[in-house]
Ligand binder design. Structure first.
Ligand SMILES: [Zn+2]
Length: 91
């Protein structure tokens, strides 16, 4: 392996250990809940989930979206890290 590639791999490891360098702008996932599988997406307008709780808008969030927010943490912009809607400018 040449030294250029070794340098790139070292840099990749450093970046991978600094997740606040990353900002997810869009994301499409499935999450296996206790009873079913749900479709969770992050769009320029915020989060969406296919589960009944989210669709009913009773809480404006759900355990699936909250789980994604906890997992991704610093890799989300603050508005979609702490709420389900973006405020003002799209991502
Ligand atoms: Zn949900």
């Amino acid at each position: 392996m040449n030294s250029s590639m070794i340098g790139k791999i070292e840099k990749a490891h450093r970046y991978a250990n600094e997740p606040d360098r990353v900002r997810f702008k869009a994301l499409e996932t499935t999450i296996s809940g206790d009873n079913d599988e749900y479709h969770v997406t992050l769009t320029p307008n915020g989060w969406e989930c296919s589960c009944h709780t989210f669709q009913s808008h009773a809480l404006e969030t759900c355990s699936h979206v909250m789980a994604m927010q906890l997992m991704l943490g610093k890799m989300l912009k603050d508005d979609v890290r702490y709420s389900t809607q973006t405020e003002g400018e799209p991502l």
